[in-house]
Design a protein around this ligand. Structure first.
Ligand code: IFM
Length: 450
């Protein structure tokens, strides 16, 4: 593979999130998060195994940084656990929680790896859920308070921040019930989506007010919808899917407010959230970069659709498939980059903050370390990023999801996205073929600059 167009400053990284890897769920003063509660509720997560230990990264972070050094990474994207830093969500600060992130970031910096911290990756403190959670507008101020504590304590070490990761997750948690806190309430889901954008805006304002050095952005996941045919039904379904999935967020961040189409639909559904006159100005506080998580596209077909508008993909016949039956469509990243440029006028810096593939379903005798399909997948995405850069996109880095097999939310340890295998019994880490390959990609990119 030649990545001739990526500049010498292009950063190669990996991404993880606190709940998915840290473990130590109730250690050193950490408060419970909604995902701790969810995982401890029978019937919510795979095999009823909660994320209490996850990858035990809280204790093994040094070993994990050794792996990152071996890979030759430029940057590491992780998230901070809100309830590790503030067990009640607001007020009291847990010094031991901050100390953990200080140790982690100090070791990253000593290894020459740039820390990239996301403030919120789905693990709301349970104490705040008990006060109404994301559907309660007060959450925006709670989040800004937490963000300020984090900037204050870690701003001298962390140069790249993101406010929230994939704000659509609150819809899945409050309206669809598949994520914590497991509610089925569409009004709550829409309120949570709006309030998360408000929280994002307030956290950006707090960042500027504190005069924090470094850059701050937001991370959205972009699954573009491809209508299966030109029928009015398929086109409408595609538009609705994009509105729900990412335009809801981009419209307010970049487009001056929710589109008339979104407002009309939410009004008709009786789910339009409470929006104050000043909200828009707060939400569109300028960010320094956009973080895009891109995994694929969704082909929508009204004839085979189950009516939910969510994650229903119906790849065209004759398409290019992966071993798990999903479509192999690396051009998705190029289309996402075009979309933010053409539809939202974004010509600023972009990081591809997540992209990756779960292990293919294993047949008896398969060796989990031989993950050639993941290599093919990542290779394809990098080639399309290279092409977008050649055509003028300001993509500054790529974070592969994920460093190691980790706790994949409701599917627990059954879905493995790591380039490093984690033995569930011993926690032993072993690089898969893709890790060796990614290491070579990074090394050759460096060598090409000499
Ligand atoms: O594991 C998740 C991550 O937490 C958010 N983005 C998608 C990943 C894979 O499903």
């Amino acid at each position: 593979m030649s990545l001739l167009n990526l500049p010498p400053s292009f950063e190669f990284g990996v991404a993880t999130s606190a709940f998915q890897i840290e473990g130590a769920w109730n250690e050193d003063g950490k408060g419970p998060s909604i995902w701790d509660t969810f995982g401890h509720t029978p019937g919510k997560v795979y095999n009823d195994i909660p994320g209490d230990v996850a990858c035990d990264h809280y204790h093994r972070y040094s070993e994990d940084i050794e792996l990152m050094k071996w890979l030759g990474l430029d940057s590491y994207r992780f998230s901070l656990s809100w309830s590790r830093i503030m067990p009640d969500g607001v007020g009291r600060i847990n010094q031991k929680g901050l100390d953990f992130y200080r140790r982690l970031t100090d070791e990253l910096l000593a290894a020459g790896i740039t820390p990239n911290a996301t403030l919120y990756h789905w693990d709301l403190p349970q104490a705040l859920e008990d006060r109404g959670g994301w559907p309660n507008r007060d959450v925006a101020d709670w989040f800004a308070e937490y963000a300020s504590v984090a900037y204050d304590a870690l701003g001298d070490r962390i140069g790249r921040w993101a406010t929230v990761n994939e704000p659509i997750s609150v819809w899945v948690g409050y309206a669809l019930g598949a994520f914590a806190p497991g509610l089925h309430d569409e009004r709550a889901g829409r309120a949570a989506m709006h309030n998360q954008m408000l929280a994002h805006g307030k956290a950006v304002q707090a960042f500027r007010a504190a005069g924090s050095p470094g850059e701050i952005g937001v991370v959205l996941d972009i699954w573009k919808r491809q209508p299966a045919t030109d029928s009015a039904e398929d086109l409408a379904l595609a538009a609705e899917g994009e509105d729900d999935g990412f335009r809801f967020f981009l419209d307010t961040l970049r487009g001056g407010g929710y589109s008339e189409r979104i407002q009309a639909r939410l009004e008709a559904e009786g789910t339009l959230p409470e929006i104050h006159d000043t909200d828009q100005e707060i939400i569109e506080a300028p960010v320094d970069y956009l973080g895009l998580n891109v995994y694929s596209r969704v082909v929508v077909n009204s004839k085979t659709h189950d009516g939910t508008g969510w994650a229903e993909s119906d790849p065209p016949a004759g398409g290019n498939f992966l071993d798990d039956g999903s479509e192999f469509y690396p051009r998705a990243v190029y289309e996402a980059l075009q979309m933010v440029r053409d539809d939202y006028g974004w010509s600023g810096p972009i990081y591809i903050t997540e992209n990756g593939l779960p292990d293919a379903p294993a047949a008896p005798g398969d060796d989990p370390l031989r993950d050639q399909e993941r290599i093919r997948y990542v290779n394809g995405f990098l080639e399309w990023i290279d092409r977008a850069v050649a055509e003028g996109s300001d993509v500054r880095g790529y974070y592969l999801w994920s460093l190691m097999d980790n706790y994949e939310w409701g599917t627990g340890f059954s879905k493995k996205y790591g380039i490093v295998r984690v033995d569930p019994e011993t926690q032993e880490r072993t690089p898969k073929d893709s890790a060796h390959w990614y290491r070579d990609v990074i090394a050759s990119h460096r060598a090409a600059q000499l």
